[in-house]
Write a protein that binds this ligand. Structure first.
Ligand code: IPD
Ligand code: CA
Ligand code: CA
Length: 275
C-alpha cells in the first residue's frame, strides 16, 4: 500500500534529498576518475573499485544523517533495515566496468521505496551533468525539463539498448541469442554499460526499448520509475509488470513492447554457438 496522501510532500522532499546526495556522489566519481584507484575482482569479470565503495559510504552517511530510521539497500554489501518502512535503493556507481577503463559513461542511481513501490528516483550522469528524476504520479524530467518516450511504433525503426551478464563465461543465459534476434530486426543496438542510464535513455526517447537479464534492484529501481513516469512500460519477459526485484527486464516506449515480447518468446536467449 502506498503511503497516505499526507506524505505527498514527503515524496517531493525525498526526491530533493536524493538529488542532492546523487550530485555529491557523482562529483566524487568525477573527481576520482583520473586517479589511481584500486580495482578488485568479485568474480571472473565482475569488478568493484575503491571508488564504488567510497561513493556508497558517502551516500549512506548522508541518508542516515537525515533519515536515521530509513533502510538502505546498496550494491556493495549494504542491507540496512529501518523502522520507518522507507528503503533507499542505491547503486553508487552504475557502470563500474566503464569507470575502471575511464570510459566516461556511468551514473549514480538512487530510489526511495515504500512497501515495495518506488516513490521517487534519480539517475545522475556526472560526466554529461544530466539528472533524470521522477516522483511517482508526477512525470519525469531531465535537468528540470519534462521528458517523454519516443513515438516509434515499429521494431524495424527502433534503436534498442541492452547489456550482458557478468557471468557470461559461465552461464547459458548469455543474452547472445536475444541480441542476435534483435540485431536483424532493428535499426541498431547500443550497449552503454549503465542499465540505469539505458532506462533513462528510453524515458527520454533516445532509445525506443531496452532489455537485459540478471539485473538487480539497484540497477532498475530509479530508472524504471523514471521510464514509467515518462510514459513507458516495464515488464518481465513474460509480460508481467516489473517489480523492484525483477531481474529480466523489458522496458520500452510502450509502442514496441508487444513486438519485443514476441521476439523474446520466440528465442531461447542463448547464443547459437553455446547450444
Ligand atoms: C552493471 C551495469 C551494466 C549492466 C550490468 C550491471 P554495475 O552494473 O548496469 O550496464 O549490463 O548487468 O550489473 O556493476 O556497473 O553497477
Ligand atoms: Ca549496477
Ligand atoms: Ca554498481
Amino acid at each position: 500500500m502506498p503511503p497516505p496522501d499526507n506524505q505527498q510532500i514527503l515524496k517531493t522532499d525525498l526526491l530533493e534529498d536524493a538529488v542532492r546526495i546523487a550530485r555529491a556522489a557523482g562529483t566524487l566519481l568525477k573527481e576520482r576518475l583520473q586517479t589511481d584507484f584500486s580495482v578488485h575482482y568479485k568474480g571472473e569479470v565482475d569488478i568493484v573499485t575503491e571508488v564504488d565503495r567510497a561513493a556508497q559510504d558517502l551516500i549512506q552517511d548522508q541518508i542516515l544523517q537525515k533519515y536515521p530510521d530509513h533502510g538502505i539497500l546498496g550494491e556493495e554489501d549494504l542491507d540496512l533495515h529501518g523502522a520507518s518502512g522507507y528503503v533507499w535503493i542505491i547503486d553508487p556507481l552504475d557502470g563500474t566496468t566503464n569507470y575502471a577503463h575511464r570510459f566516461p559513461v556511468f551514473s549514480v542511481s538512487i530510489a526511495v521505496a515504500f512497501e515495495g513501490e518506488a516513490l521517487c528516483g534519480v539517475v545522475y550522469n556526472p560526466m554529461s551533468e544530466e539528472i533524470f528524476q521522477s516522483v511517482l504520479g508526477e512525470g519525469a524530467s531531465l535537468n528540470a525539463c519534462p521528458i517523454r518516450v519516443s513515438g516509434t511504433d515499429r521494431l524495424d525503426r527502433s534503436l534498442l539498448g541492452t547489456g550482458f551478464p557478468y557471468n557470461i563465461r559461465a552461464t547459458t543465459d548469455t543474452n547472445l541469442g536475444y541480441f542476435g534476434e534483435f540485431a536483424v530486426r532493428t535499426q541498431g543496438i547500443r550497449r552503454c554499460g549503465s542499465a540505469a542510464l539505458d532506462l533513462c535513455f528510453v524515458a527520454a526517447g533516445r532509445l525506443d526499448g531496452f532489455w537485459e537479464l540478471n539485473l538487480k534492484p539497484w540497477d532498475i529501481a530509479a530508472g524504471a520509475l523514471i521510464l514509467r513516469e515518462a510514459g513507458g512500460k516495464t515488464t518481465d519477459f513474460t509480460g508481467r509488470p516489473l517489480g523492484l526485484d525483477g531481474s529480466r527486464v523489458l522496458a520500452t516506449n510502450g509502442r514496441i513492447h508487444d513486438e519485443m515480447l514476441q521476439v523474446i518468446r520466440g528465442s531461447s536467449g542463448e547464443g547459437q554457438d553455446r547450444d
